[in-house]
Design a protein around this ligand. Structure first.
Ligand SMILES: *Cc1c(COP(=O)(O)O)cnc(C)c1O
Length: 415
């Protein structure tokens, strides 16, 4: 199975990368773990774990309010985390980086703040047929409240957006476009730059769901020209509970706060409260301090390894996986877009996805089975569920071979 020709990745030392991820040494049912559920969450490098440990053992303290040494340090490290995110996304300023819990909360913030302020009855919001529920439900809730209308860009049988249909959906009532950069259910990478240009030509701002793309591709929000971009720390080799909303300053400034409390105010009296400046205006209460610091450490890891090198390595791995999995009898790949990254979604004969997952688990192989928080995608392809193997910077060809062997064995048992 290993004779497939793909781009050389010799300069990329995957063994030394794996060394940095302690969890990858875990045994499952006595077998080495083959972790292929990265679209769900990724494992953490040692430096992220060390950073969390150091925070709690040497300078745990609340930020932005105390005048003693360890609190100055925690404030500094927290704000360094924000600066690292700014650099990672190539945002213009740190005031455009809002810390939230995850990508989901970032989208909800935009729906609640931008949406409630600027979207009214009869206005339209456009999303695509391959969105994660996180980029559907907050807009449905807003539409319900405001009497606005949600329109959906259709997809073809390969899992690609129909761009002509997209342009036709835009009207003078369109107030926002929300699109996923890279689909977690299909792996499709959408041409967001082009789609943003189209929307901007009609004066419509665009939110990009970068939950999948942020750890697979080099992101440059200025070059992309998106108006909002969200991602989750836990998929980017960082801690859970920390995520990011990037927004262009002009929008964030025009948007009201969505939660009230400490840290988001400048002055408070019972007569009048004056809100704080960006980014604090959107960060009420004590934030996930160690999360932001840990996310900064994850970004250090990505910068040191090289996001472009990771992308090239994963591309080679995906091309390899396409060929190897293509040889598994009875396997139907769901999502065959030309531009695709790091996700294999598939059915195997008529085997129930859950049985598939359980049998693979006995071999130490972790994949996701189910509907991947994307019910409309499953409906579009007429499948109740899929198995999904998704790649990260530490996966290997041997692991893909192990998956293929596992799938062939499952076919023999249940097919
Ligand atoms: C995972 C994911 C989300 C939601 O991420 P959370 O961390 O659960 O908020 C949104 N969109 C896509 C494409 C995802 O893969």
């Amino acid at each position: 199975m290993s004779d497939v020709q793909t781009a050389p990745t010799s300069s990329y030392d995957v063994a030394s990368i794996r060394e940095q991820f302690p969890l990858l040494k875990t045994l499952v049912h006595g077998k080495p773990l083959v972790y292929l559920d990265n679209a769900n969450t990724t494992q953490k490098p040692q430096r992220v774990l060390d950073t969390l440990w150091e925070y709690y053992t040497t300078y745990n303290s609340n930020i932005h309010r105390a005048s003693y040494q360890i609190a100055e340090r925690s404030t500094h490290e927290f704000e360094m985390g924000r600066e690292k995110v700014r650099g990672f996304l190539n945002a213009k300023g740190v005031e455009e980086i809002i810390f939230v819990r995850n990508a989901t909360e970032g989208i909800n913030l935009v729906a609640q703040s931008f949406g409630r302020t600027f979207i009214g009855e009869g206005d339209e919001i456009i999303v695509s047929a391959m969105e994660h529920h996180a980029n559907i439900v907050p807009w449905q809730m807003l539409c319900e409240e405001k009497g606005a209308i949600l329109k959906v860009i259709p997809i073809n049988d390969d899992g690609e957006l129909l761009l002509d249909e997209y342009e036709k959906l835009i009207t003078h009532r369109t107030k926002l476009v929300g699109i996923v950069h890279m689909s977690n259910a299909l792996g499709t990478v959408n041409p967001v730059e082009e789609m943003i240009q189209t929307a901007h030509a009609h004066g419509v701002p665009v939110l990009v769901d970068g939950a999948q793309s942020a750890y697979h591709k080099v992101i440059d929000v200025q070059a992309m020209d998106c108006d909002f971009f969200v991602f989750s720390g836990h998929k980017l080799y960082g801690p859970t509970g920390i995520g990011v909303l990037y927004g262009k300053r002009k929008y964030l400034e025009a948007m009201p706060p969505w939660q009230g409390g400490g840290d988001m105010i400048a002055t408070v009296s019972f007569e009048k409260t004056v809100y704080n400046e960006l980014p604090n205006k959107f960060e009420a209460g004590t934030p996930h301090i160690e999360g932001a610091i840990g996310l900064g450490a994850a970004i250090d890891f990505l910068n040191e390894t090289g996001m472009d090198r990771i992308a090239a390595y994963e591309h080679g791995l995906m091309e390899y996986g396409k060929q190897v999995l293509g040889n598994v009898p009875g396997l139907r790949m769901i999502g065959t877009a030309k531009e695709k990254a790091s996700v294999f979604s598939f059915t195997l004969h008529n085997i129930h996805a859950l049985d598939l997952g359980t049998l693979l688990d006995t071999r130490g192989i972790a994949i996701r089975t189910g509907q991947h928080c994307a019910h409309p995608v499953m409906q579009r392809f007429g499948v109740p569920a899929t198995g999904r193997a998704s790649l990260a910077c530490y996966n290997t060809r041997e692991e893909i071979d192990a998956l293929a062997r596992g799938l062939i064995r499952v076919s023999e048992i249940l097919g």
